[in-house]
Design a protein around this ligand. Structure first.
Ligand code: GRF
Length: 197
């Protein structure tokens, strides 16, 4: 019996596509829903083209009402009955109340070598700090932002001419390699971290 994977997005959904494309054949998971907080998210059309059910819970009507937004998210997720939730470019902060519903069953990909550079603007911060390498991390989601157990990391050198955009462009393909590897390992019951290269 396949495990049901819900994927939350806010934008282009390139990580969602990589995850969905990996869930074929003898893979233990299958995508059951792609859910976005943004009705304009480019990833929604990509999911629909792949035959994956989609839903939108627009966060804007819930301005100032985070609990209301999360209750609406939880309702839509509950209908899809996911065994695991993968945040993939999902740009809303989730409270501990939300996370507790999927404790141990929710993953996120973050564009830095955690625990360095939690939050936003990760590549510009790494460059400004004079770091020699950067990368991405897949971690278990906990109540603390970008802080859960690390399940995978991919590293790239920071080159002298790098800008945040050039660094992001070099890391994104590695995200697309790393996240599916971690997803499969987690669904197969493993939690030992994967490192690339
Ligand atoms: C990626 O860089 C990811 O690390 C971050 O959001 C960006 C966009 O991802 N969380 P996607 O193309 O929407 O998957």
């Amino acid at each position: 019996m396949s495990q049901r994977v819900a994927i939350l997005i806010s934008g282009s959904g390139s990580n969602m596509v990589a995850l969905a494309q990996s869930m074929t054949g003898d893979h233990p998971g299958r995508p059951c829903l792609v859910l976005s907080n943004d009705p304009q998210a480019g990833g929604l059309a990509k999911a629909q083209a792949m035959g994956i059910p989609t839903a939108v819970v627009d966060h804007r009507p819930f301005k100032g009402d985070r609990a209301g937004f999360e209750a609406a998210l939880l309702k839509v997720l509950a209908e899809a009955q996911p065994d695991l939730v993968a945040l993939a470019g999902f740009m809303r902060v989730l409270t501990g109340d939300f996370v507790r519903h999927y404790e141990g069953r929710m993953l996120n990909i973050h564009p830095s070598l955690l625990p360095k550079y939690k939050g936003l603007h990760t590549h510009s911060r790494a460059i400004a700090a004079g770091d020699t390498e950067a990368g991405c991390t897949v971690h278990e989601v906990t109540a603390e932002l970008d802080d859960g157990p690390i399940l995978g990391q991919a590293r790239v050198p920071i080159l002298p001419a790098d800008t945040p955009n050039s660094l992001a462009a070099r890391i994104l393909p590695l995200e697309h390699q790393l996240y599916p590897l971690v997803l499969r390992r987690v669904l197969e019951g493993g939690r030992s971290p994967i490192t690339l290269p």
